[in-house]
Design a protein around this ligand. Structure first.
Ligand SMILES: [Zn+2]
Length: 338
């Protein structure tokens, strides 16, 4: 099927969306041990390990790419290549997210990690004027909220510094269910004080209570959030607030947070009034493109082609893009619907 309309992706992690050949090349140059003899073997490894027992096992798979993404040149290159690849696939607007605190093992600080990604953003956007990209900075949940409070607080302040210069918002990613999500609320309150737009991972592996926490501290976009389906009253509350869920179907199945595409509640949630949009989460680690996800949507998840247009309108409205980008993409979606 051809998906001939401007595509919008809001939930995409940089460290899970690299070119395998680039990570291979950087690993060889740095002498990082790889789990395969050659690049073909590494590609097989990525495909074979796509299925995980849980979200937290899934997170372990980021370790290898992270080991080579510790200097400015690598961050710039991987960001730039991802922008090229998204543009080649027909993406009109994407928000690429990464956690600066995970790139400070070899001397970078958070600001320099952000500047390296923004350099790749600047180069990629200049080379591919057919795509617009916003960068989200992720805070991380790595254990109790006290484990890396300072680093997360620094991410919020760094986002404020670079907001409007490529950075468009923040997120909280990482392990789920270790401590209540509400423990992170002061970080989001600080973001609100600084007028930084935010989304938040919630309601993926744990039940709907994490989504309630995220709504309480003001999130109007939720990363995943599909377990809200277990609480119809919370669905009604979220719908009334105009909340958009960033749904990543294949990632949910690989992490065992949904049993199958057919059982995924995304279409039902849309019919219950929630904003829903479709994303890959990690195009390389999940082994999918947005077009692959759309195929699953129309063949296994009960969505129509028109629903895809609706979800892309929803995505760009919920995005943190400048108003002129939103208007241009909405115009393109309107033309595609005629
Ligand atoms: Zn994610």
């Amino acid at each position: 099927m051809r998906f001939d309309f401007p595509q919008v992706e809001l939930h995409l992690h940089l460290d899970g969306s690299f070119r395998p050949e680039t990570v291979w090349e950087l690993a060889e140059a740095k002498g990082v041990a790889m789990p395969a003899k050659d690049l073909a073997g590494y590609r097989d490894y990525l495909a074979a390990t796509a299925d995980c027992a849980s979200v937290n096992e899934y997170l372990e798979r980021f370790e290898l790419p992270l080991r080579v993404m510790q200097d400015a040149a690598a961050l710039t290159r991987i960001t730039r290549e991802l922008i090229w690849d998204l543009a080649d696939r027909g993406t009109a607007y994407a928000e690429i997210r990464f956690a600066p605190q995970l790139h400070t093992r070899e001397g970078l600080d958070q600001r320099r990690a952000v500047e390296a990604v923004l350099e790749g953003h600047r180069q990629g956007m200049a080379e591919r004027p057919d795509i617009d990209i916003g960068i989200l900075l992720c805070m991380m949940c790595v254990g109790p909220e006290t484990a890396n409070w300072e680093a997360n607080a620094e991410t919020v302040e760094t986002a404020a510094e670079y907001l409007g210069r490529g950075v468009v918002g923040i997120d909280l990613a990482g392990a789920e269910g270790i401590v209540p999500l509400r423990n992170f609320a002061p970080l989001f309150r600080r973001a609100a004080e600084l007028c930084i737009p935010f989304t938040c991972h919630a309601g993926d592996s744990p039940g709907p209570d994490t989504v309630a926490d995220a709504l309480d501290f003001g999130a109007r976009r939720i990363g995943h959030g599909h377990h809200i389906y277990q609480d119809p009253a919370l669905v009604r509350r979220a719908a009334a607030l105009g909340v958009t869920l960033e749904i990543c179907p294949t990632s949910n199945i690989q992490c065992k947070t949904q049993p199958s595409y057919e059982a995924h509640p995304a279409k039902n949630l849309m019919e219950m009034g929630l904003g829903v949009c479709i994303n890959t989460d990690n195009t390389t680690l999940a082994g999918v493109t947005l077009a692959d996800e759309y195929e699953h949507c129309v063949h296994e998840m009960g969505f129509t082609y028109e629903d895809l247009l609706t979800m892309n309108r929803c995505a760009i409205r919920a995005s943190f893009a400048p108003i002129e980008v939103k208007e241009r993409i909405l115009t393109g979606l309107k033309k595609a619907a005629q």
